[in-house]
Design a protein around this ligand. Structure first.
Ligand SMILES: CC(C)(COP(=O)(O)OP(=O)(O)OC[C@H]1O[C@@H](n2cnc3c(N)ncnc32)[C@H](O)[C@@H]1OP(=O)(O)O)[C@@H](O)C(=O)NCCC(=O)NCCS
Length: 178
């Protein structure tokens, strides 16, 4: 069971004066997270997939909750090892698995807050690079990632089940985040 003791909940008021809380996801929150995913993204995952991300990387699995406790956004990452350039050791990459914010809560800074807090929370993994895939047509998400200085480095052809290509975007940490 995960706890929220390690993340500052950082409540903020959005433009409609609703208090939004960013906090760590718990097992009990998974149904709410899955609901947001199913409403906002064509990529669905089975329950055990969310559970395994929560079990393995609980620090960076965050959600946004409104005044009434409704989950209106989430973000989850996994950490992958890859050989360093000199191949003498392995380095950690932070791979963005998924982020979504409910339609009615968009353009209020929730995604920015989820990204900021979750990337901060991956510190303990000594991340060398953050990586992600995004649909080439997903203008809003691409703008979001560019705001965080992610850069498009590649196109992954037919990456999505419906055949759409993905941009592969990366953000090198200048200094290892430790
Ligand atoms: C992409 C998404 C997560 C952004 O969530 P959000 O809470 O609305 O984003 P924020 O309000 O924090 O905006 C952050 C930045 O994203 C960019 N952005 C977000 N929505 C935008 C829009 N409609 N038009 C242009 N830029 C946009 C902007 O750069 C914005 O910063 P700014 O307002 O200071 O200019 C949201 O649109 C979403 O859930 N989309 C569906 C799911 C999805 O596509 N996920 C990404 C899969 S790779």
């Amino acid at each position: 069971m995960t706890t929220n003791k390690d993340i500052k909940t950082d409540p903020f008021s959005d433009t409609s004066n609703q208090r939004i809380i960013i906090k760590r996801c718990n097992l009990d929150d998974l149904d709410g997270v899955i609901k947001v995913n199913e409403e906002e993204l064509p990529e669905d995952y089975p329950y055990f997939f969310y559970k395994s991300i929560l079990d393995n990387y609980p620090e960076s699995f965050l959600l946004a909750q409104n005044d009434q406790g409704k989950i209106v956004g989430y973000i989850m990452w996994r950490v992958e090892k890859s050989p360093s350039l000199d191949s003498l050791r392995y380095i950690n990459n932070g791979h963005l698995v998924s982020i979504a914010v409910s339609q009615d809560y968009r353009k209020r800074g929730i995604a920015k807050s989820l990204l900021t807090h979750s990337m901060q929370a991956t510190k303990k993994y000594k991340i060398h690079e953050y990586v992600l895939e995004v649909r080439v047509s997903n203008y809003n998400a691409i703008k979001l990632y560019e705001r965080f200085k992610f850069q498009i480095v590649n196109i992954k052809k037919n990456y999505y089940r419906d055949g759409e290509n993905a941009y592969y975007m990366t953000l090198k940490t200048k200094k290892r985040l430790d």
